[in-house]
Design a protein around this ligand. Sequence first.
Ligand SMILES: *Cc1c(COP(=O)(O)O)cnc(C)c1O
Length: 363
Amino acid sequence: MSMERFANQNVLELVAYQPGKPIEETARELGLAPESIVKLASNENPLGPSPKAVEAITKAACDVHIYPDGAAFRLRTAIAELCGVEFDQTVVGAGSSEIIELVCHSLLNPQAEVVAARHAFSMYPIMAKLFGAKYVEVPNKPDWTHDLEGFLAAITPQTRVVFITNPTNPIGTVVTQEEIDAFMSKVPDHVLVCFDEAYREFSTNPPDTLKYVREGKNVIILRTFSKAYGLAGLRVGYGVAPANITAMLHKARTPFNSHSLAQEAALAALADRDHVRKTVENNAIGMRYYEEAFTAMGLEWIPSQGNFILVKVGQGKKVFADMLAKGVIVRAQDGYGLPEWIRISIGTPAENARCVEVLKEVL
Ligand SMILES: *Cc1c(COP(=O)(O)O)cnc(C)c1O
């Protein structure tokens, strides 16, 4: 008997998240060595993890027969200190993706609505759909930034979750402190405002959103160790919110949702400010390189404050496939409603040069 007929209809109708193409899969398909593939598709840290994080993982490896600390005491203590909040205003997850899931699991149902920007991170519509909620997209302003006035207009009595991605992925634009403050002064309190700050470390003047946690507003700040901290493979991220909200999320999570090695590595990575600084410097150099290269090639691109850049290439899917055939993995954007664009993650200088060379060859 086919089990699907008993399945949750929302699950059956989901279109699964499309990750960046893995290096090993690409190498296998092209018959090339994995070392020869350049992957600039998932906004990973091109410098790798902090050496201190690697050391911490190695040390902790001998204890993996023991369950992790489900309360993530030391990591949450460090996060609370970093953010200037209380311990009980923090929650750790298997990537900030899991925190997004916990928020949606806690607050969404078929009567609820979610508001986010057009071309936003695809986990938001996936999670809205999973819990049967209505997903409302607000078009961006002509400069590709979130239209927070439009967000306010889209909020109804049924709205429960609003996602503000800052900087936003895949576009890379930011909203300012003034725009956020104006939004927060008007947003009704039956809405949880999620500030997704996965790329915060790369932006030049990140707004203060933690003050809204301290004021007890219905907000959650989502951050991750996957991007600037270089720990994407370990799956660790966190949320900061008023304690009544984190308490709700702690109920919704599985008891050991953040792994022991992930907790140790995240602690070590948090302490290694030098690695983050080098990462941000490398990113700024690479960003300038791409901007200049695209301008010289006569291609349109969008100024980005993330660790990736969108460039308009015509047939994005074809350019992606042609570049892939030459061993450079970028990200097509048709799934994000941007079929003429590709997104390139900033790599090392050598990776960036190879990427531009291959892009020139295929255009
Ligand atoms: C990468 C990313 C995340 C976090 O990913 P995790 O690896 O699950 O922490 C969250 N939001 C956005 C917009 C992202 O691009």
